[in-house]
Design a protein around this ligand. Structure first.
Ligand SMILES: Cc1ncc(C[n+]2csc(CCOP(=O)(O)OP(=O)(O)O)c2C)c(N)n1
Ligand SMILES: [Mg+2]
Length: 329
């Protein structure tokens, strides 16, 4: 996405691009959910359905040279940073032709060619990676910024506090993005952290903003300002995005810990439905929106076919890319 105009001034083509990017993430994950239920996806998957406006709003404010570190709920981060859809499906389906040779799967999708530093199964572990990447950008003077997505469940992690401190101390070009969906696995995040993320930023002299994480243009506009500030040498910035996790913590989670009220109200916070209503107001035709939906459906069908056609990992290569193998004594 080249133009930086959003909000009221965005052109129709740019609005449709936001729509297409959010739909890609939503439909890719809906398909992964079905594949997982059918046993075609090994391991665990965590879906970001309902949170699409955050990844799209942020990544649309980035340049190709910028880098991104993710967490366990990272499909949207990877796809919206530009990871190829077919090699993404191949990876998650555990195939050799996957972007990481089928060795990473959902929680380790990485693609340095598009600046995707990696998803991460350890809560908070992507944060110092982004800070390290920002340090590399600063040393190389390459005019790039690093972004990290983390959830509200990471707020009590010491590594976040240490990373905020170092980033502020060294004025690193990094944007910290907190996807605040209220949950940390099966517990309300409010039971784990006494303060809030913006106070934490203030404690380390980091400027911050809070946005409705379901409103893609609001996220985008805030991200443009913060990314520019980081790029212009003003040091780290932080954005809190309020959003909703529609699915369980992982696929298959029966979610007994959530109230019926909360579950039945989730669809009221649909970033894609809200954006469709906005497109209609802006006089984007239903035919134009349908064209986007058809294109996404085709792309996903092709990606699933590619995933199914991929080869299962070869046992002979089990030790490839393993740096050290300790022989049994
Ligand atoms: C260091 C560490 N502690 C605990 C876990 C188990 N765990 C996995 S996800 C998660 C909570 C994640 O919540 P949040 O960061 O808000 O992300 P969300 O799942 O809401 O997107 C926990 C505690 C872990 N993976 N790593
Ligand atoms: Mg959370």
């Amino acid at each position: 996405m080249k133009s930086r105009k959003a909000g009221n001034t965005a052109a129709k083509s740019q609005l449709l691009e936001f729509y297409e990017r959010m739909l890609l993430v939503r439909e890719a994950e809906n398909k992964l959910s079905a594949l997982f239920a059918d046993g075609e996806v090994p391991g665990f998957i965590h879906l970001s359905v309902g949170q699409e406006a955050v990844c799209v709003g942020i990544t649309s404010a980035l340049e190709a040279r910028d880098t991104l570190a993710s967490n366990h709920r990272g499909h949207g981060h990877a796809l919206s940073k530009g990871v190829d859809l077919e090699t993404f499906f191949l990876e998650i389906m555990g195939k050799e032709e996957g972007i990481c040779g089928g060795r990473g799967g959902s929680m380790h999708v990485a693609d340095m060619s598009v600046g995707m530093l990696g998803a991460n199964g350890i809560v908070g572990a992507g944060i110092p990676l982004a800070v390290g990447s920002a340090l590399a950008h600063q040393v190389r003077q390459n005019d790039a910024v690093a972004v990290v997505f983390f959830g509200d469940g990471a707020l009590a992690e010491g590594v976040l506090h240490e990373s905020l401190n170092l980033a502020a101390l060294w004025k690193l070009p990094v944007l910290f993005v907190c996807e605040n969906n209220g949950w940390s696995e099966f517990s309300p995040a409010s039971k784990q952290f006494i303060a809030n993320v913006r106070d934490l930023a203030t404690a380390f002299s980091i400027p911050s903003k809070k946005v409705d994480g379901n409103a893609v243009l609001e996220v985008h506009d805030a991200a443009v300002g913060l990314v520019n500030a980081a790029r212009n040498g003003e040091g780290p910035q932080l954005l809190e995005c309020i959003t909703h996790r529609w699915r369980g913590h992982f696929e298959g989670d029966p979610q007994k810990y959530r109230s019926e009220d909360e579950m039945s109200g989730l669809a009221d916070h649909d970033p894609i439905a809200a954006f469709e209503a906005l497109l209609e107001k802006k006089k984007v035709s239903k035919a134009d929106m349908q064209e986007v939906r058809d294109r996404i459906e085709e792309q996903i069908t092709r990606a699933v076919e590619a995933g199914r056609a991929g080869s299962a990992p070869d046992f002979e290569r089990a030790k490839t890319d393993v740096y050290t193998v300790r022989e049994a004594v």
